[in-house]
Design a binder for this molecule. Structure first.
Ligand code: FE2
Length: 376
C-alpha cells in the first residue's frame, strides 16, 4: 500500500478474539440534546428513532436517538445539575462519550478485554423489555471515551430497553450517509504508541498504517498518526498525537479546547459524494475550503477518475489514490462551540487508505481556520 510506511511486526496480525460486527451507535454528551438532534436531522439528514427522558421515566438525562442507514447517534444531556454528563459537558463541551461496538457476546468481549488489561467502565448488564433483552458492558479508552459492547441478538425493539420510539412528523430526507468508516482520536504528545498497544493487546486490533511528521506537516504544524483496525476491518481507529511544530498544531488546539484526549473526527461513508456534499451544503453544513489550484494538478496526481473535476472543484472535494484504487473526501468545519470535533465525508472507490496525499492541502486549510481563531 503506497500510503503505509513501516508497520511494526508485533501489530501486523489482528488476533480476532473479540469479533466485532460493526459500530452499534455513537453517544455524544451535549449541552442541549433536543437542539443537537434537530441540527443533525436538518443539516445531515438523520431521522428520529428513539427517545428517553422525563416522559419515559428517565429523571436525570434526556437522550434523542437519530439514524441514517447504519449510523446511529445518541445525543444525551442532563436534566439537572451535578450529574456526570453535566460535568463531562462542562469540561469538554459537546463530544463523543461512547463508541458502542456491536458484538455477539458482550460478556465474553468484556471478560477477554479485562483479562488483557482493560479498565472497566460497566460490568455486563442485561436490560429487558417487551421486545427482548440486550446485554451491554464497557471499557475505558483514551481520555474519557469508552467502548460499550452491545449484544442485541435477542432484541427486536427500536433501539435499547429504556427507550421508546421517537414519534416525530419531521423526518428530513437522507443525504446518503451510510455507515461509520473510521473514527479518529487525538491523544496527548507521547501517548500514541500507548494507545496503539492498547488496541493491539486489549482488543486484538492490528496496525494497518502509520504516518509521521514527515508525511503530515506544514510550515507550522505536524502530527503523527497510526491506524488500528479490527480483524474484519469494519472498525478503524486512527490515533493522532501532536508532533513538535513551529506553532500550535491542530491536535494541540483540540487538546487545549477539549481539555483532554477525545474523538477528533467521525468519517461517514457515502456512495455518491458529489450528491451528498451538494445536499449537505444546501442544508447549511460548512466545509473546509482549499485553493482551487488543487484541481489544476489533480489528474496528474491521481490519474483518471469517474467524477467530473469541475463538480469536485465547485464543492471542494479532495481525491487521493493508493495501490488499490482511489477515494474522495471532504471535511466539515468543527460542529460545536469549541474548535474540537468535526466530520469527514468519504467515498471509497477501492482505496483502503486515508487520504495522505491530501494532508498538506487539508492542514493548510485548517491552519487558515486556526488563524481566524487566534490559536496559531
Ligand atoms: Fe479521516
Amino acid at each position: 500500500m503506497s500510503t503505509s510506511t513501516a508497520v511494526e511486526n508485533k501489530h501486523k496480525e489482528a488476533q480476532d478474539f473479540m469479533p466485532i460486527n460493526g459500530t452499534d451507535y455513537l453517544e455524544l454528551y451535549v449541552s442541549n440534546s433536543k437542539q443537537a438532534a434537530y441540527y443533525y436531522k436538518t443539516a445531515f439528514g438523520f431521522k428520529s428513532l428513539a427517545y428517553k427522558g422525563l416522559e419515559t421515566g428517565s429523571r436525570e438525562f434526556e437522550s434523542y436517538v437519530i439514524e441514517q442507514d447504519k449510523i446511529r447517534l445518541v445525543l444525551t444531556s442532563p436534566l439537572k445539575s451535578g450529574t456526570d454528563v453535566g460535568r463531562h459537558v462542562d469540561k469538554h463541551g459537546d463530544g463523543v462519550k461512547v463508541t458502542a461496538l456491536w458484538v455477539d457476546d458482550a460478556t465474553y468481549a468484556y471478560e477477554e478485554a479485562m483479562k488483557r488489561g482493560a479498565k472497566s467502565y460497566m460490568v455486563p448488564v442485561t436490560e429487558k423489555d417487551d421486545h427482548g433483552k440486550v446485554v451491554r458492558s464497557g471499557i475505558y479508552s483514551y481520555g474519557e471515551v469508552v467502548h460499550v459492547f452491545v449484544e442485541r441478538k435477542d432484541y427486536k425493539g427500536t433501539f435499547l430497553p429504556g427507550y421508546e420510539k421517537w414519534k416525530c412528523d419531521y423526518q428530513p430526507t437522507s443525504t446518503g450517509l451510510k455507515f461509520v468508516d473510521h473514527m479518529v482520536g487525538n491523544v496527548n504528545e507521547g501517548k500514541m504508541n500507548y494507545w496503539v498497544d492498547f488496541y493491539a493487546n486489549v482488543m486484538g486490533f492490528k496496525q494497518i498504517m502509520s504516518f509521521d511528521d514527515k508525511d503530515i506537516s506544514t510550515d507550522f504544524t505536524a502530527l503523527m498518526s497510526k491506524v488500528m483496525s479490527n480483524g474484519n476491518g469494519r472498525i478503524k481507529f486512527p490515533i493522532n498525537e501532536p508532533a513538535p511544530g513551529k506553532k500550535k498544531s491542530q491536535v494541540d488546539e483540540y487538546l487545549e479546547f477539549y481539555e483532554g484526549e477525545g474523538v477528533q473526527h467521525i468519517a461517514v461513508a457515502t456512495d455518491d459524494i458529489v450528491k451528498t456534499v451538494a445536499d449537505l451544503k444546501n442544508r447549511g453544513v460548512e466545509f473546509l475550503t482549499i485553493p482551487t489550484t488543487y484541481y489544476d494538478v489533480l489528474t496528474d496526481r491521481v490519474g483518471e477518475i469517474d467524477e467530473d473535476i469541475e463538480s469536485l472543484r465547485k464543492l471542494g472535494i479532495l481525491v487521493d489514490r493508493d495501490d488499490e484504487g482511489y477515494l474522495l473526501q471532504i471535511f466539515t468545519k468543527t460542529v460545536q462551540a469549541r474548535p474540537t470535533m468535526f466530520f469527514e465525508i468519504i467515498q471509497r472507490k477501492g482505496a483502503t487508505s486515508f487520504g495522505k496525499g491530501n494532508f498538506k492541502a487539508l492542514f493548510e486549510a485548517i491552519e487558515r481556520e486556526q488563524e481566524l481563531r487566534g490559536t496559531l
